[in-house]
Design a protein around this ligand. Sequence first.
Ligand SMILES: NC(=O)c1ccc[n+]([C@@H]2O[C@H](COP(=O)([O-])OP(=O)(O)OC[C@H]3O[C@@H](n4cnc5c(N)ncnc54)[C@H](O)[C@@H]3O)[C@@H](O)[C@H]2O)c1
Ligand SMILES: [Zn+2]
Length: 375
Amino acid sequence: MSKKILITGGAGFIGSHLVDFLIEKGHDIIVFDNLEEQVHGKIGKPPEYLNKNIKFLKGNLANYENLYSAVKDVEIIFHLAAAVGVGQSMYQIAKYIEYNTMGTANLLDILVNKEHNVKKLIVGSSMSIYGEGKYKCESCGYMYPKLREIKDLKSGFWEFKCKNCGKQLTSLPTDEEKSLDSTSIYAMSKKHQEKMSLLIGETYGIDTTALRLFNVYGSRQALSNPYTGVCAIFCSNLLCGNPPLIFEDGLQSRDFVNVKDICQSLFLSMEKSQAKGEIFNVGTGEPITIKSIAEILTQKINPEIKPIITNKFRAGDIRHCVSDITKIKQKLGYKPKISFEDGIEELIQWVKTQVGKVEDKSKKALEELKNKGLV
Ligand SMILES: NC(=O)c1ccc[n+]([C@@H]2O[C@H](COP(=O)([O-])OP(=O)(O)OC[C@H]3O[C@@H](n4cnc5c(N)ncnc54)[C@H](O)[C@@H]3O)[C@@H](O)[C@H]2O)c1
Ligand SMILES: [Zn+2]
């Protein structure tokens, strides 16, 4: 049966793919999005790629009345709108808290105090809230280290050593039980979104689910936004003839999950009663190093260029974090379907259609971080 669904941030990368997915299933979609300039440029109109069979409401989460006009008549909300730059959040603190924390507070305040039909809320949370992932020392067992020490990083020692015996730690998939050690204002604001939503959902009987998304990649990720999405940043470097800049030695690893698999997880959270009140990791469970991402993209987009390994580091960067997806597999039947090879191929096809439309702003973004002492 067709349902009335609101997607906040539905004009963005993940949101717009979810729109297509849900329209295909026959649902009625409202998108609420402020068309943030950093993501969408100056045009002020919904992006070309956004499905036309929706109702579009332009508005900011920070504006209570605007947001209420979007919430009033829907049954289900996917809350995906957020400011998404990790490094940027370390100097635009008030903005990140206003959009992500206060924006979500507005949404929840509406759900508690205003008339509506909302039965279900699904929040796009983030792996960033874990900080470092889970590790193991072969002699001493599991370890959950905090950030690495500056003196190690300065001497080019990038991995973790066991605090007891000094052996190098091995990275393991991180499960939902790991403590949350956010290392940026962005991550803190995502934690606020998740925790506040689950609390209010439970208190007021609104089915609420939080999905901790790992590193999402795919078409439509804003190539001109230099603050987020390493795949998109490398693609925009390469399209503009610039080498991708790799921090540390490039052997730090992440879990790259295709946006279509994210849509699958969001849809399962809406459909399955087992999702109620739960938190799930969404990734592939497979590590990929940043260096290999840079090499694959360079090879496919601009093989004349060589990525640069800078051996520099950024404040708050973690070394390894890969998802343990046992819980979402068992409870919701999620299974990543898009192989990395196929996903990257599709990304490249899309990136090639963006030639001439992209400005590489990553140098300026790096300068900003340097000026603040964050690199
Ligand atoms: N892309 C990833 O790898 C990733 C990983 C983990 C979590 N997430 C989360 O997924 C969600 C979607 O991210 P994305 O990658 O699609 O980013 P995106 O920037 O492409 O999309 C976010 C959308 O939200 C809109 N927006 C931002 N602030 C707003 C506000 N105050 N009011 C209304 N609209 C606003 C933007 O205009 C944009 O269209 C975010 O909540 C993000 O934190 C993304
Ligand atoms: Zn040890």
